[in-house]
Design a protein around this ligand. Structure first.
Ligand code: PLP
Length: 499
């Protein structure tokens, strides 16, 4: 199993190298050059728990790791970090099921990959005999930062620094990050919005002298964002696991096709579903659900990707994105690995803010359907799902539910469907209580108590603990000074300025 770059198909490297590199030097993303076929193994898969299935799937993709090494990564990630035995829960109602991906340490689906990625990275270091330290730098709009901190905390040989926009994350998200424990973590606010934080981190990555200086002192920078192969591969697992769960519950027959509905931002989650389909998982349609930032809806319906529009801040903030980076991997696939063509499209995206694909290529996107939901759709969905099933969903999941209703209306497709439930309603408590018809409180913890009463569920421990946790990280930097913050954290004097 080898991996190549979406912008240079002559490249051929191992998974472990790709995980350490993150991004290819040509700016492209690493993609598998072939896919294992699991269709004939579905009956065996039915018998596997989450860790065993993870080992089974990942060993195809990372053959240079021994089975024991992969199993250890899976155990370290999935054995004790989740508040249910098999990491995810599948809730079934009528023809739809909700795949709850929020039982990890930070209550959002990013945990599914970010709990295992640090272990895959460390094993990659060992396999590639890479002895330097790695420093992960991440700018976050909320969910990724906290999930990365939890995943990487106390991992030997890796440090992590997270920068969040002081004016761009929820109070709960801020509290989650400012109270982060661990002997290798650093957290700071940045004055400004997400773009300011993102740009500040980007200038560090592209500062050659600074990087040279860091390398000479034994540290390499890397990132934890969703273009890393180490995040993509683990996301394939839960598509297969949830299919097996429907088999175990006798909801479907072996081989029966189902639909998946995926609340989408950077296109990482749904791309993993596409890979699962390529591997033979019986999938009929992948329904790409967007919020008001409906760039992908336009792309799938017109063949034109156009980011020239204002970013709209919604109540599903983890999907407020105009450039869905992982779409580049899909382009590579539908252009049959023509990396020159992909490079042209991406260049056009960076210079004109848009690109278009011809009709014969667009036809290859037949297994996708796209819909989008606005703020009133989201409120209505949260209300309806509770009224119909007594089940409380978060704002991101509500986008998916609403899009699924629109899809059924337009298609009359009655294939059984799984909706990916990407965040716990406790994480977006005030939006959820207001959609359910209550007045949100000034104190978010009151809304959290209310959700517990309405949904008759216990407040997750990680939220409960926040009430009394110590604030450990109090820094706020200006975007011009974050190099100082990084140097101080990495304990490097002069911050490279002497070079
Ligand atoms: C990140 C995120 C998404 C979007 O996932 P992508 O892989 O970026 O498409 C959806 N919902 C939640 C809660 C998220 O944190």
């Amino acid at each position: 199993m080898k991996y190549t770059s979406t912008r240079n198909n002559k490249i051929s490297i191992n998974a472990s190298e790709a995980i350490l590199k993150g991004l290819s030097e040509d700016g492209g993303l690493f993609v598998p050059i072939e896919y294992p076929d699991i269709y004939n193994s579905l009956n065996d898969i039915k018998e596997m728990n989450y860790t065993d299935l993870s080992t089974f799937i990942l060993k195809y993709f990372i053959p240079e790791f021994t089975e024991t090494e992969i199993h250890n990564c899976a155990i370290n990630a999935y054995k004790n970090n989740f508040n249910c035995t098999n990491c995810v829960e599948v809730r079934n109602f009528d023809n739809i099921s909700f795949l709850e991906l929020f039982h990890g340490p930070t209550l959002a689906f990013k945990d599914m990959a970010l709990t295992i990625m640090p272990h895959l990275m460390n094993q990659s270091k060992e396999t590639c005999k890479f002895s330097s330290d790695i420093a992960i730098l991440t700018a976050t709009s909320g969910d990724t930062g906290k999930a990365a901190l939890e995943g990487f905390k106390n991992i030997d040989g890796i440090k992590i620094a997270v920068f969040f926009p002081e004016n761009g994350v929820s109070e709960i998200q801020k509290l989650q990050m400012r109270t982060q424990t661990g002997n290798n973590v650093y957290v700071s606010g940045i004055y400004g919005n997400f773009d300011d934080a993102q740009n500040a981190v980007k200038t560090i990555f592209s500062d050659r002298n600074y990087n040279k200086y860091l390398n000479s002192s034994g540290t390499y920078l890397s990132s934890a964002n969703s273009i890393n192969l180490g995040r993509l591969l683990p996301q394939i697992i839960y598509y297969i696991y949830s299919y097996a769960e429907l088999l175990r519950k006798n909801i479907i027959n072996c081989g029966e096709k189902i639909n998946f509905v995926v609340p989408t931002g950077n296109f990482g989650d749904i791309l993993a579903g596409y890979y699962a389909k390529k591997m033979g998982l019986p999938i009929n349609k992948l329904i790409c659900a967007s919020n008001d930032n409906n760039v992908l809806y336009d792309f799938f319906n017109t063949g034109i990707y156009d980011k020239n529009r204002d970013l709209i801040l919604t109540e599903s903030p983890s999907m407020d994105i105009l450039i869905s980076s992982n779409l580049e991997r899909l382009l590579f696939d539908i252009y049959d690995g023509d990396s020159e063509k992909v490079s042209d499209l991406i260049n056009s995206l960076y210079s004109n803010g848009k690109y278009s694909i011809p009709e014969y290529i667009q036809k290859k996107l037949n297994c996708f359907k796209a819909e989008y939901a606005d703020s009133s759709d989201v409120k209505k969905s949260i209300y309806d799902v509770y009224a119909k099933y007594g089940y409380v969903i978060d704002t991101h999941t509500a986008v998916a539910y609403s899009c699924y209703q629109k899809y059924i209306k337009n298609s009359n497709d009655d294939t059984k469907a799984i909706i990916l439930s990407t965040a716990s309603p406790y994480k977006f408590a005030s939006s959820v209580v207001s959609a359910l018809g209550y007045n949100p409180s000034k104190n978010e913890f009151d809304d959290i108590d209310l959700i517990s009463k309405i949904s008759k569920s216990e407040i997750p421990e990680s939220i409960q603990k926040l009430k009394t946790a110590d604030i450990i990280h109090k820094d706020i930097y200006s975007k011009h000074n974050i190099k100082d913050a990084v140097s101080k954290f990495l304990d490097i004097r002069n911050g490279g300025d002497l070079i």
